[in-house]
Design a protein around this ligand. Structure first.
Ligand code: AMP
Length: 481
């Protein structure tokens, strides 16, 4: 088995890794670190949870330390672009932890916070800057950031950048970089637009890949529950009330949806908070801290906000609504079963989401065991109570929902201002969700899944709705099985 010391890493880094308790490199680290140390360009196909951040951060720090020189004023020696603030924070925390014995500076720049402190940090020059594209472009326009001196350029989660409409800003930023730079490009999936961007930005790259495209993490126990759209809330409360469902991330498709679900859960006596692009940085950080500390059982998130959330011991992921894009399913469920642990992913599927389920199963090359919870009288009664606890949401057909709902409002406003609404936003999400009819009850998705080894999950339910007698065994599946 390869050791970190076999990869040519310097002593200060090995010391930091030992202090962090990393014993051996992950596959992406073993493949990528020697390549990056040689100064080669890299195309990494890897998703969050594989250790990809250290795969680029460690050799970058080593290269910067081997050739020590002051960072350019208002500039940076290494620029890492991240699609979201959360991921930017996470990446910077990783860099700082690994650089602890090296004396290199690491800063973040993202929207939603004041410009002043960022300008101050930039003024003197930074060794490693982790930035979201929108705010960096603002600083470039103000000349408070000058990117031309960047020696190493990293694009992380490139496929998510595409979904957020960041491809145009990335091209603009890259056009101002010196040609004589090292480029590292990471993406969980490789849609054609991202392949094209990689072709433009990378120079004779070495490609490393740790999981075939859109392959679902094997340790995750996946289930689909067929359910009427308007009964999803009581079903969610029922699952969250089960013992063993300790730390759950619930995914909704829209920011408003996330707020409504969190509100409902709180009204039902289950501590929960929502996290999405319209929340202030402070609100996001508080919600995340409370979730990490185990003070709340459920974090309700949109896809984009969940990027970069690195919380250990997430026992369950619940897809309250299926994502438009199959790749997002893989990202979502990858929030659980981290660091060698097991995890459970439960997806709610309403009738008009059957086509989305079909796409997911096709892309992940699997049939997800399905259980039918439709026509459950107790859930119907609980849904009536739920409507009183928190007003019902208007149900939006997932395929008609606007993917721009999840674009941070700050960016949306800016795009509108610039008259640049066609800048690639939502192409990925929209393109794959279009042009389907209202398919019903087709193929394997007929709701008659075969539950195995389930136990009656009726008791111990703290939801305030009517008590539900145990359902017939063949129709039930317990989330803690
Ligand atoms: P990432 O894929 O970069 O988001 O990393 C996922 C998690 O794995 C983070 O919490 C890292 O701190 C952790 N990690 C990265 N590399 C290693 C390693 N070699 N050994 C143990 N944990 C690691």
């Amino acid at each position: 088995m390869t050791q970190f010391s076999d990869l040519g890493l310097a002593k200060p880094l090995l010391k930091a890794l030992a202090e962090k308790g990393y014993k051996e490199p992950t596959p992406i680290q073993a493949q990528a670190i020697p390549v990056v140390l040689q100064g080669r360009d890299l195309l990494g196909i890897a998703q969050t949870g594989t250790g990809k951040t250290a795969a680029f951060a460690l050799p970058i720090l080593q290269r910067l330390a081997e050739d020590r020189k002051p960072a350019p004023r208002r500039g940076f020696r290494c620029l890492v672009l991240s699609p979201t603030r959360e991921l930017a924070t996470q990446i910077a925390e990783n860099f700082k932890a690994y650089a602890v014995h090296m004396g290199l500076s690491v800063h973040t720049i993202y929207g939603g916070v004041k410009y002043g402190p960022q300008m101050k940090a930039l003024a003197g020059g930074i060794d490693v800057l982790v930035a979201t594209p929108g705010r960096l472009m603002d600083h470039m326009a103000e000349k408070s950031a000058i990117v031309s001196g960047t020696e190493i350029f990293v694009l992380d989660e490139a496929d998510q950048m595409l979904d957020l409409g960041f491809v145009v800003p990335i091209r603009k930023i890259a056009s101002q970089l010196t040609k004589n730079r090292q480029n590292l490009f990471f993406s969980a999936t490789m849609p054609s637009e991202i392949g094209k961007l990689a072709g433009e930005l990378l120079n004779d790259p070495v490609q490393v890949s740790v999981a075939p495209q859109a392959t679902t993490v094997e340790r995750i126990d996946q289930r689909v529950l067929f359910i009427e759209a308007q009964r999803k809330r009581p079903l969610l409360a029922e699952i969250l009330a089960e013992p063993g469902v300790e730390r759950t991330i619930v995914f909704t498709r829209t920011k408003r949806g996330a707020d409504r679900v969190a509100k409902y859960l709180n009204a039902a006596g289950i501590e929960a908070a929502s996290i999405h692009g319209d929340k202030t940085q402070g609100q996001r950080e508080r919600a995340l801290a409370a979730f990490k500390a185990g003070e709340m059982r459920a974090l309700v998130a949109t896809d984009i906000a969940a990027r970069g959330i690195d919380v250990n011991d997430v026992s369950h992921v619940i897809n309250y609504e299926l994502p438009n894009v199959p790749e997002a399913y893989v990202h979502r469920i990858g929030r659980t079963a981290r660091k060698g642990k097991d995890g459970i992913a439960i997806s709610f599927c309403a009738d008009d989401e059957r086509n989305l389920l079909k796409d997911i199963q096709k892309a992940t090359r699997q049939t997800i065991p399905a259980f039918d919870r439709r026509n459950d009288k107790n859930l119907a009664a609980a849904a009536a109570v739920a409507d009183k606890l928190a007003p019902p949401e208007k149900y939006v057909d997932p395929r008609r929902a606007d993917p721009r709902n999840d674009v941070p409002s700050e960016l949306r406003r800016k795009r509108n201002r610039n008259g640049n609404r066609n800048g690639g936003g939502g192409q990925g999400a929209q393109g794959q969700a279009q042009g389907r009819g209202q398919g019903q009850g087709q193929g394997r998705g007929n709701g008659q899944g075969k539950p195995q080894g389930q136990k009656a999950a009726g008791g111990g339910n703290s939801f305030r709705g009517p008590k539900r007698p145990p359902a017939p065994a063949e129709k039930r599946w317990s989330p803690v099985d």
